[in-house]
Design a protein around this ligand. Structure first.
Ligand SMILES: [Zn+2]
Ligand SMILES: [Zn+2]
Length: 242
């Protein structure tokens, strides 16, 4: 198959690599139809480079069609449309049982002092082959994939993998009281989604701050009050650009 691979600092390439295979009885193989590119992927090209080997397959925000299932998989069948969460979690350990899937005890990378493994995200997170590829091996096939309906386009669902739950959790942590307000600094994909979720969950006032006109327009369209750093925060704006 073809897959996006890490080759070195600021060097990623689409290469031909071996197709993934079923290794455990609960594995599934997914034919990827869409895969997000994350701001976190930029870290791989720079600071996290020492934790990657040339040839590692990147990508942690995929969705697609189940192609093949291991003999103990009953939760999905070939042909099902699924979104794959970026955290690799078993669904059955103590931490998963608490809803703390990012600390799954089954996939924790203890020798690095980290939490659960992630798809396509360095030896710090298990060096699991990622989803910017034609096919992806997904462990825990009965628990990890999120089944979604046929019909609507991928971009209605692909954000379930990372962007939407990450933004939702940020709003959760903000713990906005009834009738309260919240400020979202930076209106990229996560910030924009966080502003939208805060409004959806009843925040009285959502203030979005950025300096990119398209981002400000988009989040204003959701009903947030947007501040353009170029106008309101000269000093802060200079600091951000530096
Ligand atoms: Zn991501
Ligand atoms: Zn677990």
């Amino acid at each position: 198959m073809r897959a996006l691979t890490y080759q070195g600092k600021r060097d990623v390439r689409v290469e031909t690599v071996p197709d993934p295979r079923i290794q455990d009885a609960t594995d599934i193989i997914v034919r990827i139809t869409s895969s997000g590119i994350c701001g976190s992927d930029l870290h791989l090209c720079e600071v996290l480079g020492p934790y990657l080997d040339p040839g590692d397959i990147l990508g942690h925000e995929p969705m697609g069609i189940v192609e093949e299932v291991g003999r103990e998989v009953t939760g999905v069948v070939p042909g099902d449309r699924v979104v794959i969460p970026f955290n690799v979690s078993c669904g059955h350990c103590y931490m998963c049982g608490q809803g703390l899937h990012s600390q799954c005890e089954t996939t924790q990378v203890r020798e690095r002092g980290m939490g659960a493994s992630l798809f396509g995200f360095t030896k710090l997170y298990g060096q699991v082959p990622g989803g910017q590829a034609e096919y992806l091996r997904v462990p825990f096939g009965n628990d990890l994939p999120i089944k979604v309906p046929d019909g609507p386009p991928d971009d209605r669902f692909v954000f379930l993998s990372d962007v939407l739950p990450t933004a939702w959790q940020a709003v959760e942590y903000a713990d906005i009281p009834p009738g309260g307000s919240v400020t979202v600094l930076g209106l990229g994909p996560i910030g924009a989604m966080a502003a939208r979720i805060a409004l959806h969950r009843g925040a009285d006032l959502v203030i979005g701050v950025d300096l990119v006109p398209e981002r400000l327009d988009r989040v204003s369209g959701y009903g947030a009050t947007c501040l353009d750093l170029r106008r309101y925060g000269k000093n802060l704006g200079a600091a951000v650009r530096d």
